[in-house]
Write a protein that binds this ligand. Structure first.
Ligand code: SF4
Length: 347
């Protein structure tokens, strides 16, 4: 077989549990997604995840609870101030709690994310967290996906019952966004210091990002020790400033997912690898986690993403089944079999 020898060496080492370093990840990311080397990379990452996570997947859900012209001004996001076409809107407490019930009533989610704009009403979010925790299954965790925070706010959220936070220093943060990369990293450190599970991601990946940029961003997650690492592509949203740069294929996203998977091999904190948005190529290239979505979605031009870009829990469960996972975790110690997933379309 005519395969690059250096790639073979990196992948053989990975099969022995040796994670590729930053330069080796750059090398792996430079191959076209249609190459034999990229196919082998995806296969090795897939096999490593099956072994590492006992062939178990994980389901998450996210509710985007508000829409506003966001001061983050992210040039890839449908809500960025200066280019958004949305009118402001905020879900009522009742609407959010109804969404919480819809996501959690079958007890299949490991965690439910509540997502806001970069700026948000902190007191209200804390109140909603407390109300949500009164009605969700005991094992389902609550995670926030919100703007930058100080240490007191993180402590308050933890005291209210929040288990984790999704927080990313994005690709080209500070130039493709109006946010300060150092502030993003400071919030990450605060999340970690508070003992919350920190969810990270290499995102939002576009065709213009070099292998070096991707590797550098991936390694923030490795060096800071993320609970979940992931890969997400930038979705073509016509109203956003970065739309003309286009969108990578799911196959390229799967290649980045595979590199994320191997880069975190020896990261003790990393317990799951996700691919956003949910897709089978990512779930067969090292990812074992996907997220259902409702409400606001930065990658959608509809106010309610469920039924459009957002998938529901049934669809996500079926994707895990189709990807060959045997079970999915609903907590660190409990899981549900996927053996009959094709029969049990729950409502
Ligand atoms: S990605 Fe988040 S922070 Fe950036 S503009 Fe959109 S909602 Fe705001």
């Amino acid at each position: 077989m005519n395969v690059d020898k250096r790639v073979l060496g990196i992948l053989e080492a990975a099969q022995e549990g040796v994670a590729p370093n930053r330069d080796e990840c750059v090398f792996l990311l430079q191959f076209p997604e249609t190459s034999l080397e990229a196919a082998l990379l995806r296969a090795v990452a897939d096999a490593s995840t099956r072994r590492r996570f006992n062939n178990s997947g994980i389901l998450f859900g996210q509710i985007g609870v508000d829409i506003a012209a966001c001061p983050g001004k992210c040039k890839f996001c449908a809500f960025g101030e200066g280019h958004t076409t949305f009118e402001p809107s905020v879900m009522s407490d009742e609407e959010i709690l109804h969404g919480v019930d819809d996501f959690t009533n079958t007890g299949e989610l490991y965690a439910l994310f509540l997502m806001t704009m970069h700026t948000f009403d902190f007191e209200r979010l804390t109140r909603i967290v407390q109300k949500a925790l009164e009605r969700i299954p005991r094992h389902t965790q609550l995670v926030v996906n919100i703007g930058d925070l100080d240490a007191a706010q993180v402590r308050d959220l933890k005291a209210a019952g929040v288990s984790g936070a999704y927080h990313v220093c994005r690709l080209r943060e500070g130039s493709d966004t109006a946010l300060d990369p150092e502030q993003r990293k400071a919030t990450i450190r605060i999340i970690k210091e508070a003992g919350l599970d920190w969810y990270y991601c290499c995102e939002p990946i576009g065709p213009e990002h070099s292998a070096e940029e991707l590797a550098d961003q991936i390694f923030i997650g490795v060096e800071y020790g993320c609970f979940q690492h992931a890969a997400m592509r930038r979705v073509y949203v016509p109203s956003t400033p970065l739309a003309p740069r286009g969108q990578i294929s799911e196959l390229r996203l799967a290649q980045v997912t595979a590199v994320v998977t191997l880069a975190t091999l020896t990261c003790p904190e990393t317990k799951t690898i996700a691919v956003h948005e949910p897709n089978l190529l990512g779930l067969t290239a090292g990812a074992n986690a996907i997220c259902a979505e409702s409400g606001a979605n930065p990658r959608d031009l509809e106010k309610e993403t469920l039924g459009r870009r957002g998938r529901d829990v049934n669809a996500c469960r079926m994707l895990l089944y189709e990807a060959g996972f045997e079970r999915f975790l609903i907590s660190p110690t409990e899981s549900i079999s996927l053996a009959d997933a094709y029969r049990c379309v729950r409502t």
